[in-house]
Design a protein around this ligand. Structure first.
Ligand code: ASP
Ligand code: MG
Length: 457
């Protein structure tokens, strides 16, 4: 069995929907589970609808719901054969009246709970999975729809729920093989799930990859295919560096290092269930299905390549925490981290000196509260507009002189923090966002000047 996951931009309109259907129809030699995101931008729209309703702006919320309905009707009608149109019409009417009801409830209450926010966000994948199911049936593919809320079991951390893997695996194993007896393809919505009690949850933004990976791991899939709109994992972001090349193969550990940065390609948590079950993940471009993509496997064949990819993350905030009392004091870092933890803010990079700790965060919604707490025992400053650049490669740790090559390539760039992870598979540093292009381009010239054809396309 294979898992095929299609992202929202691969399902954004009739043309891309048809393309996805052709890809699926061509691969039904093995049983498939197709995991779909919401159709292009729908989750963002649902978030806007939620905000408008929460602000009791019912007029705006209603307008947005109507737009979303029209969008789904228009695109879906174009890809579904006439026999199935009445079914589609009824489904869309019911879903959108349910959505409308949830919106009115929220606008009237005027207070948003994470639970209600998930209920509204869940409509995207409920809609897309149904549309894709009918579309595949229209093409003559025997297709079953499986409601993810019935099989993906999570805790009740609404908007950011964690899967309960045992229960999920049990349910999937109960249902999926049965459905595959009569169907070539099973379609499921990504991102959405439910608690044991049946309350709707979501796995966090971008969570469809995670769904694909959970399903793949639970069912011991042969391969998990992530169909996106890029050719695979690249040596650098091609939107800032057109000469970036595709990687043919990447190890799971390299992919996990990149995942935090490469949200455009893979969701960070995606990799975990797949790695644990040793299932290869392949990233593919739905616009160019003949390009073989990037295979992510547990161990790459030996090669002399050191740097595989240069990733970056913008909109980083650096927090500097200074305290003379830190001198000789134990428990200082624990105290700092306890505060970030208490406010649910992940710290990504950290560097310390005798009297100072610098760290980076990308969520700043709780920053004021955090700073107030830190100020009780230290001086604190923070700067937004920073970027982390990260070079990744399994062989970095066996290669002396890498740091010298990196930093001599970017002599004129002001570097704020440097860190090398314990795995020594990455070297990361923080710069001003405005230096990003110069930095990545200079590093790319140094490390991808001559490339190994086995590793790079
Ligand atoms: N539709 C959800 C989102 O936009 C999940 C996903 O696309 O992976 O975040
Ligand atoms: Mg997406």
């Amino acid at each position: 069995m294979n898992i095929m996951k299609f992202g929202g931009s691969s399902l954004a309109d009739a043309e891309s929907l048809r393309r996805a259907a052709r890809i699926v129809a061509a691969k039904t030699q093995v049983p498939l589970v197709v995991v779909v995101s919401a159709m292009g931008g729908t989750t963002d729209r649902l978030v806007e609808i939620t905000s408008a309703a929460a602000a009791s702006d019912q007029v705006e919320a209603t307008r947005l719901v109507e737009d979303l309905k029209k969008y789904h009707q228009t695109e879906a009608h174009l890809v579904i054969e006439s026999d199935l149109q009445p079914q589609l019409e009824i489904f869309l009417e019911t879903q959108f009246s349910d959505l409308y009801e949830a919106v009115v409830k929220l606008a009237t209450l005027g207070s948003l709970t994470p639970q209600l926010s998930d209920e509204i966000a869940s409509f995207g994948e409920r809609l897309s999975s149904y549309v894709v199911t009918l579309m595949l049936r229209s093409k003559g593919v025997k297709t079953a729809l499986l409601d993810s809320r019935e099989v993906i079991v999570t805790d009740d951390q609404f908007t950011q729920a964690s899967p309960i893997l045992d229960a999920t695996r049990r349910r999937l194993l109960d249902i999926v093989p049965q459905l595959h007896l009569e169907n070539e393809v099973i379609v499921m919505g990504g991102f959405i799930a439910a608690t044991e009690n049946g309350d709707i949850t979501t796995l966090g933004r971008g969570g469809s990859d995670f769904t694909a990976s959970i399903v793949g791991a639970s069912l011991a899939a042969a391969e998990i295919q992530i169909w996106t709109d890029v050719d695979g994992v690249m040596t650098a972001d091609p939107s800032i560096l057109p000469e970036a090349r595709r990687l043919r193969v990447l190890s799971f550990s390299e992919a996990s290092e990149l995942a935090y940065f490469g949200a455009r390609v893979l969701h960070p948590s995606t990799v975990i269930p797949a790695v644990d079950s040793d299932i290869p993940v392949r990233v593919l471009n739905s616009q160019k299905p003949d390009v073989e993509g990037t295979r992510i496997i547990s161990k790459c064949p030996p090669s002399s390549v050191t740097v595989k990819s240069i990733a970056y993350k913008e909109s980083i905030t650096v927090v500097d925490i200074r305290s003379t009392r830190m001198l000789m004091a134990h428990g200082f870092l624990a105290r700092i981290f306890e505060i970030f933890d208490r406010f649910g803010t992940a710290v990504d990079m950290i560097s310390t000196s005798e009297v100072e700790v610098s760290l980076t965060i990308d969520r700043t919604d709780q920053l004021n509260e955090i700073v107030d707490e830190l100020k009780k025992f230290s001086e604190v400053t923070h700067n937004a507009g920073q970027a982390i650049v990260c070079l990744v490669g399994d062989n970095l740790r066996y290669t002396p002189g890498i740091a010298a090559r990196i930093f001599s390539a970017i002599q004129n760039v002001n570097i704020r923090m440097i860190s090398q992870g314990a795995s020594r598979r990455n070297v990361s540093f923080v710069i001003e966002e405005s230096d990003l292009h110069t930095t990545i381009s200079a590093l790319h010239n140094v490390f991808f000047d001559k490339v190994d054809k086995e590793v790079f396309a």
